[in-house]
Structure formats: structure tokens, C-alpha cells
Design a binder for this molecule. Sequence first.
Ligand SMILES: N[C@@H](CCC(=O)N[C@@H](CS)C(=O)NCC(=O)O)C(=O)O
Length: 341
Amino acid sequence: MTTPIEFMGAAGSPYSRKMLALMRYRHLPYMVHWSTGQVPKGYPKPKVPLLPTYFLPNKAGEIEAVTDSTPLIRRFEKEHEGRSVIPKNPVLGFLNDLIEDYADEWLTKAMFHYRWAHEADYKNAGPLLIFWGSSVFDDVTAQGMSDHFTKRQIDRLYVVGSNEVTAPIIEGAYARFVEILDQLLSHKGYVLGARPAASDFAIFGQMTQLAIVEPTSAKLTRDISARVRAWVDRMEDMSGLTPEDDDWFSVDEAAQSLTPFLTEIGRTYTPVMLANAKAVMAGEKTFEAQVDGAPWTQPTFKYQAKSLGWVREAYFDLNPIDQKKVDQILEGTGCEALFLT
Ligand SMILES: N[C@@H](CCC(=O)N[C@@H](CS)C(=O)NCC(=O)O)C(=O)O
């Protein structure tokens, strides 16, 4: 039997759920260790403690702790053939990178905001986060841990840019996103055609929480779209789908289907990620952007400058013909600003 790929994750961690569903779809043998806050005994610790943490051999064959779902997905594509989540067509490949980064880095703001901003939601999530680690805490201990963790997370809402000024922006953007996804899925079932891409798994990861766990956003999601809610339930395990090469959208189909989504990405993700990257370059600790005419302020976030760098690299690596096609698709969406030199 093939050695399973081992990783530590949590049911309440969107990126863990992104990767677990991806492993299932790709038929990659895996073993998941549900996190209790520390790496399992005898396993290496990652440099930055993030979930999921993969335990993978390095070039010398020693097991190392590896984090960050986006590069991990690309590594698994190189190491394991078939059932790819990266479209071969470079134009679609680029759109996949952009939408994956939107889900990982923007949609996660809605996830964190809905989890900790409203009382009904944080009262729901606090104890779940404790019991997702283990079922054997007694009630008093679990409540104490939950109260402690909840306070810490509410105090950290500003880190993702959630505050009283931005709350309506985050919530309005989430509702629009669900409407857009509803329409998009009605075409061929997934973001880039009739088979799931890395960007579907990134959206799915955030939606395992937004559409199911947080009472406020779960109700909103279901009220807007039964299709989206049902898609989230199904995406959990796509092991039975047999994808074909021509299941991806053609470039023209992608251009037609994705305009509303790209316009949404141009309206929210684009100004925030650009202002962050600029502030990171200038060595600043905080940044301000304008979203929908309102001020968006938050501490700078180095990783988001790095992941935007990967999306920009993907754009500048395109050959002139593909880049022109991408320019046509992005024209008027607001996303063009990401690639000005
Ligand atoms: N860029 C990382 C993000 C992972 C991440 O932010 N994970 C969260 C949980 S979903 C985390 O571990 N946060 C630190 C903590 O909970 O202590 C990825 O793509 O995997």
C-alpha cells in the first residue's frame, strides 16, 4: 500500500478543509491528525504554526513540517499525476490562481468576521473550537478554554480589517459573492467548468464555516442560494467524479461566465491587497485602502503581499497572446489594477 500523506488540521480551519477535500478528490492517500493545539508527539513543528501542517519528506528524506495550502497544492500536482486541479490552458490557469487567492485571502475576512463579530456567532463557535480538538474535556474546563479563546479572537478582529466601519462592507461583499457563485455554478457546476479546480477548493474551505458553522452567515447563505449550500455539502467528497480534459470551460466560456465574479474581486480584494502590498514594501505597520468609498484600515500582512506576488508572477509569465486574452477578460472589472507596472 502507498504511504499516506500525513497532516494535522482542524474541522474549524478553512484551509484544513480545503486540503482535506482536495486530497479526497485527487485520490491522494492521507492520514489526518485532528489538532489539539500541538503537533502530535514525535512530529516536527512548523516555523509558523498554521493549520493545516503537513509532515512531508525533504530532499534528504527527513520529515519536515510544511504549511501554506497554495504552494502545497502545486507540489502535489508535480508529485502525483491525474485528477489535476490546475487547468492546463494558461488563461484558465491564471484565473484559477487569482480566484484561489481571492478565496484564501479575502473571503477569509468574512469567515473570521462572521465567526467573532456577532454574539450569536461567537457563542456558537467558542465551544466548538474546543471540542473539535477533543471530546473528553469536562464542561467547566471546556467553557473556561472557550471563554479565553473567544476573547482573544474578538480582540484580534482588527487584524483582518473587521471593525464597525468595515462590517457593512464585509457583509455586503459576502452576500454579493454568494449571489455571484449561485449564478456561476448554474453554468457547469464549478468555478471553471464541469470539474473542480484549486479555486473551488479554496472557496469550499471558507464556506465549510461561513455556510454551515456560523449561524448568521449560514442562514444568509441558505436564504440567498440553496444551490450554493448544496454545492458545499457535495464538495466535501468529490472522489466519485471522473474528470475529462474537456470539462474545463473554453477561454470564451470563462470570459462570459466569470465577469461578475471578477468585477467583485476588482471591487474588494483588489484595492485591499494592492494597498497592503505597497505598505509591506514601504516597511509600514498598517495600511489604508478605500472599498466602496469607505476607509479600510488594518495592520499589514506579509503573507498577503507574497501571495499577491505569486498571482502577479503568473500574469507576467503568460505569453503575449495569453496575456492579451487575460487583459480582455479583466477589462472593466477593476482587477486590471493588480497588474499595472
Ligand atoms: N496561508 C495558509 C493559511 C493557514 C491559516 O491561516 N490557518 C489558520 C487556521 S484556518 C491558523 O492556523 N491560524 C493560526 C492559529 O489558529 O493559531 C494556508 O493557505 O494554509
